[in-house]
Design a protein around this ligand. Structure first.
Ligand code: NDP
Ligand code: MG
Length: 386
C-alpha cells in the first residue's frame, strides 16, 4: 500500500477507543494515527498521547485543558478543548477516516462535520443514525461518503454483503445475546440491581451500552441503525436471541439463501474491518474452536417483558424525530439508573412516556433534531422530578 490511512478516533479513552488503539498499534505500516479525543478522562488521554504521538488531541472537558496542555508541553502535539474543537479536528487534511466512538447524542455533530469534510466514517456511535438517520444518510450520499459499521451485528451484515451489493436483501436477522436478564419475567426484573445489569455475559463495554443491552434498548437502537445503513423497511429486520454471541448476524437473500458471519465475540475484529475495508489484515486474535461451542442456540426475544424493542420498531415506523426523542429519553433514563435514581423497569416506562408525549416532526432539519433532543430530555427530567 502506498499511503497510510490517517485516522481520527473520537472517544479514544472508551471501550471502543482503547480497542481501536490496539488494532492501530499492530499495524503502524498501515495506519497513521492523527487525532485522539476524550470527554473527561484527561489522565488516560495524556498517557495515550505520549505513547501514540498523534498530531492533535482534544479534551471535551474545558476544565481539564490546562492539565493536558501542560502534560504534553514539548511533545509536538496540538492540544484543544471543547465541542467546537471536536468538530474542527475531524476536518484536517491528514485525516482520512474518522472512528466515531463517542457515546450518545454527543456523536452527532462531529460526525456531520466529518461527512461534510468528505471523510470516511467508521461508525461505532450508533446513536448518530438512531437520532438522525434520515439526515445523515442523505448527507453522506450527497458528499459521496462511505459509512462503515463498527457495531458487530452491522459489521456482520456488511461482511456478508461483500460481492452481493447488487443483490437485493430479503431480510436480515440481528442477533442479540439477550443480556444478563434473558429469561427473566417482569416480576424478576423488579428486583434487579445496577451491579447485575452491569454484568454482561459475553461483552465488556462502556456503561451506557451495557445497560442498553440488559434492557434490549441496544437491540432496538441497532434495528434503527440497520434500517439506515442498509436501506431496509422495518419488516425486513428481525431480531433473534443467540446467547453464545458467535453468529454475529445473518442476511437472507431473495433466493432464500442465508449468509452469516461468525467468530468469537471480540470488537477488535469489526473495528479493524471498518478501518481497513475492503482489506482483511492478518491478526493473532484468538480463533474460534467448534469443540468449545457444541451448541449454538437461537430463541425469540420476549417482547412483552423487554418493551424497549417494540418501542424502537414503533419510532422507526413513524420516521421524523420520534427516534431522536426516544434516544434522548433513554440517555436520561440510563443516566438516572446508573446513578441509582430509578429502577431498571423505570427505564422503559420513562422512554415510552416521553415518546408518547413528544411531537413528531417529519422531514426534519438538523435544527429539528437539536430541538427534539432538548425537548425530550427536558420532558424526561421533569418526569424524573415527579
Ligand atoms: P465508553 O463510555 O466506553 O466511551 C465513550 C467515549 O466517548 C470515551 O472516550 C468518553 O470520554 C467519550 N465521551 C463521552 N461523552 C463525551 C462528550 N460529551 N464529549 C466528548 N467525548 C465524550 O463507550 P463505548 O466505547 O462502549 O461506546 C462508544 C460507542 O460505540 C457507543 O455509541 C456504543 O453504543 C457503540 N458501541 C460500543 C460497543 C462496545 O463494545 N463498547 C459495541 C458496539 C457499539 P471519557 O471517558 O474521557 O469521558
Ligand atoms: Mg452491537
Amino acid at each position: 500500500m502506498s499511503e497510510k490511512i490517517g485516522i481520527a478516533i473520537l472517544g479514544s479513552t472508551g471501550s471502543i477507543g482503547t480497542q481501536a488503539l490496539e488494532v492501530i498499534e499492530n499495524r503502524p505500516d498501515y495506519f497513521d494515527l492523527q487525532v485522539l479525543t476524550a470527554g473527561k478522562n484527561a489522565d488516560l488521554l495524556i498517557e495515550q498521547a505520549k505513547k501514540y504521538q498523534p498530531n492533535t488531541v482534544v479534551i471535551g472537558d474545558e476544565d481539564s485543558y490546562q492539565k493536558v496542555k501542560d502534560a504534553l508541553w514539548g511533545e509536538n502535539i496540538h492540544v484543544y478543548c471543547g465541542e467546537d474543537a471536536l468538530c474542527q479536528v475531524v476536518e484536517a487534511t491528514n485525516v482520512h477516516t474518522v472512528l466515531t466512538a463517542l457515546v450518545g447524542y454527543a456523536g452527532l455533530k462531529p460526525t456531520i462535520h466529518a461527512i461534510e469534510a468528505g471523510k470516511t466514517i467508521a461508525l461505532a456511535n450508533k446513536e448518530t443514525l438512531v437520532v438522525a438517520g434520515e439526515f445523515i444518510t442523505k448527507l453522506a450520499k450527497e458528499k459521496g461518503v462511505n459509512i462503515y459499521p463498527v457495531d458487530s451485528e452491522h459489521s456482520a451484515i456488511f461482511q456478508c454483503l461483500v460481492g452481493e451489493f447488487h443483490n437485493p436483501i430479503e431480510k436480515i436477522y440481528l442477533t442479540a445475546s439477550g443480556g444478563p436478564f434473558r429469561g427473566f419475567s417482569i416480576s424478576d426484573l423488579q428486583k434487579v440491581t445496577l451491579e447485575q445489569a452491569l454484568k454482561h455475559p459475553n461483552w465488556s463495554m462502556g456503561a451506557k451500552i451495557t445497560i442498553d443491552s440488559a434492557s434490549l434498548m441496544n437491540k432496538g437502537l441497532e434495528v434503527i441503525e440497520a434500517k439506515w445503513l442498509f436501506n431496509l423497511k422495518p419488516e425486513q429486520i428481525d431480531v433473534i436471541v443467540h446467547p453464545q454471541s458467535i453468529v454475529h448476524s445473518l442476511i437472507q437473500f431473495q433466493d432464500g439463501s442465508m449468509k452469516a458471519q461468525m467468530g468469537l465475540p471480540d470488537m477488535k475484529l469489526p473495528i479493524q474491518y471498518a478501518l481497513s475495508y475492503p482489506n482483511r489484515l492478518a491478526t493473532n486474535f484468538p480463533r474460534f474452536n467448534f469443540m468449545d461451542y457444541p451448541n449454538l442456540t437461537f430463541e425469540a426475544p420476549n417482547r412483552e417483558v423487554f418493551k424497549n424493542l417494540d418501542l424502537a420498531y414503533r419510532v422507526m415506523d413513524e420516521l421524523g424525530t420520534s427516534a431522536c426523542a426516544l434516544n434522548a429519553a433513554n440517555e436520561v433514563a440510563v443516566d438516572a439508573f446508573l446513578n441509582k435514581k430509578i429502577s431498571f423497569l423505570e427505564i422503559g416506562e420513562l422512554n415510552e412516556t416521553v415518546v408518547n408525549e413528544t411531537k413528531n416532526i417529519l422531514n426534519p432539519s438538523y435544527q429539528d433534531y437539536v430541538n427534539s433532543d432538548q425537548n425530550a430530555r427536558e420532558k424526561a427530567l421533569q418526569l424524573l422530578r415527579k
